[in-house]
Design a protein around this ligand. Sequence first.
Ligand code: UDP
Length: 322
Amino acid sequence: MKILVTGGAGYIGSVTVAELIERGQEVVVLDSLEEGHREAITRGARLVVGALADGANTEKVLREYGIEVVVHFAAYSLVGESMENPAKYFINNVVNGLKLLEAMRGAGTGKIIFSSSAATYGSPTRVPITEDHPTVPINPYGESKLFFEKILHRYHAAYGIDCISLRYFNASGATHELGEDHDPETHLIPLVLRVALGQSPSVKIFGTDYETKDGTCVRDYVHVSDLAAAHVLALSCHGEHAYNLGDGHGFSVRQVIDAARKVTRKEIKAEEAPRRAGDPAVLIAGAEKIRRELGWEPKRITLEEIIGSAWEWMEKHPKGYK
Ligand code: UDP
C-alpha cells in the first residue's frame, strides 16, 4: 500500500513508519521537522519536508506518490502548552488538519488513520473509559483532537472518506532504535529518566491531592510499539471508527517514579509540586473494542518493560537524536 505518514519523524510516527516499512509498505513521510528528527526516519521511507499549512504542497505529494492512505500524526500535543496558547493548537491541529483533508479530497485519497487522544474524553465520569464515554475535553489540546474527529465524521458522511481515529492513552517506551526526544520535554517518563541519567536534579510530581490511591494522577501507559501495531491493523478498516489504545491498567505518578528507580537502580529525587493545569485525575482505557474488532493485543504492558525500554534508549542516546 502507498501510505503518507504526516509527522512521521516524530515519536509515535517514526515507530509506526519503521513498522510499516518492516511489513513491506511503501511509505512517504511528510514532516516539517519543526519537532521531528530526520534521524528517526527508517531507511526505505521517503522524506518530504513540508508543513500541512501548505495544502497545495500536500495535494501535490499525494498525487505524485499515488497515496492510498494517510496516517496523520502531525500535530502539537502538550496539554500544558495548549492551556497557555490555545491558538497554536487550534490552528495547527484543526485548521492545518482540515487543509490535509482538502488535499486528500483534491487528490482522491480515500482513507485516513488519525492520531487522536484520550484527552478527548476530559475528566472521566466512569473508568475504564470506553469509546461511548461522553467527550468533554478539559483542555484545548483535547478539544482540538475532538474537533478534528467531528470533522472526520462529516467528511466520511459527505465525501465517503474512511476515517479511523485512534485515541491514544499515554504513549511511552522505545524500540531499540527509536525513542522519545522532545524539546522541551514535558512527559513524565523521559523526565524521570533524565534525573536517573544525572541530567536534572529532580522530577516534580504535579499534584498530590487528587482523589486517587496515592494522591497523584493515574495514567494508562501504552508502549509505542503496541501503538504502532494498531496503526497497521487499522489499515484494513473501512468506514468510520474510533478506538481507544491503552491496555486498561492505570499507574500513578509515584508508581512510575518507583518503577524507574527499580529499573535504573538510581535514587531519582522527586519533589511535590502543585497540580498542572488541564490534567484529569485518572485516564484508564477500556480497550476491548479494538481487541475484539481488530485483534489488537498489547505486548509490553508492565511498567518495568515500558520504562526499561525507554531507559535502554536514553542510555544509548543521552542527547536524543543529536
Ligand atoms: N507529570 C508530573 N511531573 C512531570 C511531568 C508529568 O507529575 O514532570 C504528571 C502529569 O501531571 C500527568 C502524568 O504525569 O498526571 C503524565 O503526564 P505526561 O505529560 O507524561 O502525559 P499526559 O498525561 O499529559 O499526556
